[in-house]
Design a binder for this molecule. Structure first.
Ligand SMILES: [Zn+2]
Length: 453
């Protein structure tokens, strides 16, 4: 039993209470009491009491779309690479030669970065070769996750990544049976397809059927970059609707290019959307001009946030994603009321939980939900003065103020120290394996500026 007492608590509960002197009692993996400090009464002496007087406690963030593997080549891509060359010249050579060991190390690097910036749950975009290796790596770090295989059967396939429709569905079925529910239920597995245009209709229908049969969600991404580059997405939302695959267990990432009918379709079918603002900007998707995320939110679509990838977003820091989501559309619409900080914080927590079909377990601090909690240090300039904690969190805070993180009731970051693995050792492995990985792929490690030793 862990008691966090006398803290500022953003509960994200039904009433959206913010407790100025609140306590949270954790028993096992669950929150069992939360409320004003005087009302939280542990039935027995807690094993540990955390002094919350200089802490803000929030639910852990949910990052609903991340490419774990690309963290091992993070920052490799130079700014002079045309967006159209990303996949054929950089990503495919890297992806198709990566080893399970490298994917596992990339996953752990990504997990540590997420924990240190307040994220406790994520959904992967698809492990390339060995979901079990990645699941074991994620389990070791202690995160909550939805994992899956890199799944496609059409465009862009190369070498080891080539897959046929029947084969990839069979492998996905096998993976679901093996991985879903691992680590005491902390790790789920879903059919995760690559983008629109890389999967046949038979594969899409098959993935949806698998999701229904296993009682899980499934995901896919819209790849459209810009209207000046048509033909990239060869399937539309209208067509997906005809196929019968749009529903509450469907999660679609990116989704920059939608029209009014699409927004109504997404809302009507209960489809979950993941907005990836950092990757969208760097990939020049035209977010400010074309993104309809505020309109989706207004129409009642569940819009979550995603960090995307090591050469798109380049980071998995939800605080920076929230900052962009809260500012970008205000500026684009010349309207400060667009996507208020409170709405964006919901996107990073409650909506993320809904998108991953985990809203009965996570997303808020309430009795009966899992104890996925983040404690921020108030003794940092970004949190002072504490006049409006939501504004501090969305507009001012950085991951540097994350001190303690609990996932499933377990302290995985303890006053700044990771408890589940040796971070120094991880960074050494990352550095060593990334260079071998990039060289094997035949992709140059370059710098426009001279690197001297
Ligand atoms: Zn993506």
């Amino acid at each position: 039993m862990i008691l966090i007492e006398h803290a500022t608590v953003l509960t994200l509960d039904r009433a959206r209470r913010i407790l100025s002197d609140g306590s949270v009692l954790v028993d096992g993996r669950d929150v069992v009491q939360v409320g004003p400090a005087a009302t939280v009464l542990p039935p027995r002496t807690p094993d540990r009491v955390i002094d919350g007087r200089r802490r803000v406690v929030t639910p852990g963030f949910v990052d609903a779309h991340v490419h774990l593997t690309e963290h091992l080549s993070r920052g490799l891509m130079l700014d002079d690479v045309p967006v159209a060359r990303y996949l054929p010249d950089w990503l495919l050579p890297l992806y198709s030669t990566v080893t399970p060991e490298e994917e596992a190390v990339a996953a752990q690097l990504a997990c540590v970065e997420m924990i240190r910036t307040g994220t406790t749950t994520f959904c992967e975009a698809g492990t390339l070769f060995d979901v079990s290796a990645v699941a074991a790596a994620v389990e070791q770090v202690g995160m909550r996750a939805v994992l899956g295989r890199w799944t496609w059967d059409l465009e862009g396939q190369a070498g080891r990544m080539r897959q046929g429709t029947e084969e990839t569905l069979a492998l996905t079925d096998e993976m679901l049976a093996k991985v879903n529910g691992q680590a005491d239920g902390r790790i789920a597995a879903w059919p995760l397809l690559l983008g629109f245009g890389t999967c046949s209709e038979a594969l899409i229908r098959g993935a949806y059927a698998l999701a229904e049969r296993h009682g899980v969600g499934w995901g896919m991404m819209q790849r459209a970059l810009h209207p000046s580059r048509p033909g990239r997405d060869t399937i539309t939302l209208a067509r997906l609707d005809v196929l019968g695959v749009l529903g509450p267990r469907t999660k679609l990432a990116h989704m920059v290019y939608v029209d009014d009918d699409d927004v109504a379709r997404l809302a009507g079918r209960g489809v979950k959307v993941v907005h990836c603002p950092t990757a969208g900007l760097k990939h020049t998707k035209g977010l400010a001009a074309h993104g309809r995320f505020p309109e989706m939110v207004d129409a009642g679509v569940c819009v979550a946030l995603g960090g995307d990838s090591g050469n798109g977003s380049n980071h998995f820091d939800m605080l920076r994603l929230m900052y962009l989501a809260a500012t970008l559309y205000k500026d684009a619409r010349h309207d400060v009321t667009v996507l208020p900080a409170e709405t964006v914080l919901e996107m990073g927590t409650l909506r993320g939980a809904e998108a991953l079909l985990l809203d009965d377990r996570i997303g808020s601090i309430e009795p009966g939900k899992r104890a996925d909690l983040v404690l921020y240090d108030l003794d940092t300039p970004e949190w002072r003065p504490l006049l409006n904690p939501v504004n501090n969190l969305v507009y001012a805070a950085s991951g540097a103020s994350v001190r303690t993180v609990l996932i499933d009731g377990r302290v995985v970051l303890d006053d700044g120290r990771l408890t589940t693995l040796d971070e120094r050792d991880l960074y050494e492995r990352v550095e060593r394996l990334s260079r071998a990985h990039v060289r094997r792929a035949g992709v140059p490690i370059e710098s426009p500026w001279p690197v001297v030793s």
